[in-house]
Design a protein around this ligand. Sequence first.
Ligand code: PLP
Length: 396
Amino acid sequence: MPANTMNAYLREQISHLKSQGLYKAERWIETPQSPEIVVQGRKVINFCANNYLGLANHPRIVAAAEEGLRRWGYGLSSVRFICGTQTIHKQLEQRIAQFFHKQDSLLYTSCFDANGGLFEPLLTEQDAVFSDELNHASIIDGIRLCKAQRFRYRHNDMDDLRNQLESARKYRFKMIFTDSVFSMDGDLANLPVICELADRYDAVVGIDDCHGTGHLGPTGRGAAEELGVLDRIDIITGTLGKTLGGASGGFTASSAEIVDWLRNRSRPYLFSNSVPPALVAAAIESFSLIDEAADLRAKLKANTAKMRHGLENAGFTIKPGPTPILPVMLGEAALATRMADALLERGIYVIGFSYPVVPQGQARIRLQVSAAHTDEQIDRAVAAFTEVGRELGVIR
Ligand SMILES: *Cc1c(COP(=O)(O)O)cnc(C)c1O
């Protein structure tokens, strides 16, 4: 078989990953997603889902999906522009546009696709794109697919961004694009300054709000609302697969012209199937839930503060930031893995992250707090971290 030489090469590469502790083994969950799940026979409290408001499997979302399945069917066997657009697709797109105060939006089957299909239709070799060095992989890949001149600025470094904008005056269109929430660090992009610079240098501003939509901002409009600049942001991409119920689907919200152009030119939109109706119906319901979720957003803030204070009082170092992402800094990759394993044995499900996902020597456990966690679950997590942290010499 011609593949044999490739297989042999890959076996070697995989054993190399394993020997470096970088091999990703999936853990199997035997229940629906929830704050408490069963992982390989063990009941554990889950602190690693993007289920910030606890809406994954919310009864109203499940009921809306069931109703969507019954009313609109399982699937369309078509891309959107041939025979894959139902009235609910249009309804959801209008809902998303209105939610973010934009003129229109379009759906993708994921935010990875939304980012993958954003830059190439809008930017040519006459244009320039400015991207934070810690941007999500899907943004990096999307930018690679376009012919614009690429400028990568140091993470949230506004002097660096200004210098680069200054050096790029000759380009026709300039677009600054950034994660609004950086998911490994839990910090926010400095959107107020980015918007000021964009005004000064006549640049378009786009954000990926995957880790912000639904739970950040007074009404859940995400990181841009949290920072008071929602109406200045020109393009917002996001996911239906995190706070908004946790299934899948992505979107781009922007001006009528940008959205219309993407419908005509964005390749993942044109050449991939439309989002299944059950998910569309459920997403419409999830946006209604977000509008009613002020209490859940308050609970998420309280839970996050409780977890942060508990761990900091125990002596752990947690990166600062206003989001429910709490990076417990450990340093060594092996330590992060060992600590996550020991926590799992005590019924706390967390994941250690190390290079190349985060910089060398900055391995960490990333905790993600949910509004659905109880006080007792947070207390149990702090107690388990304290025990394991002492055992492994992370704290005294
Ligand atoms: C999760 C995530 C994505 C991918 O979203 P999907 O809808 O799962 O494809 C893209 N960007 C960021 C910043 C994310 O956190």
